[in-house]
Design a protein around this ligand. Structure first.
Ligand SMILES: [Zn+2]
Length: 66
């Protein structure tokens, strides 16, 4: 799921994922929530001008949550 949120899927994986979420409302809403949370976190980090190493470790932490 986190790879999908980050757009890190291979084209084939992405195709399968998209085919699945259009038929699976629970995965679709999970995906949307994860995207929303991630972009909120990114926004907050950028606002505080955190060092890149901190940004990376926070993003790694959010990956483990999804
Ligand atoms: Zn599903």
């Amino acid at each position: 799921m986190s790879a999908a949120v980050d757009g890190e899927l291979t084209p084939k994986e992405r195709e399968g994922f998209e085919k699945h979420i259009v038929k699976c409302p629970s995965c679709l809403s999970e995906f949307k929530e994860a995207q929303k949370t991630k972009s909120l976190i990114r926004e907050k980090i950028v606002r505080f001008k955190a060092p890149q190493s901190l940004v990376n470790s926070v993003l790694k932490l959010t990956d483990s949550l999804f």
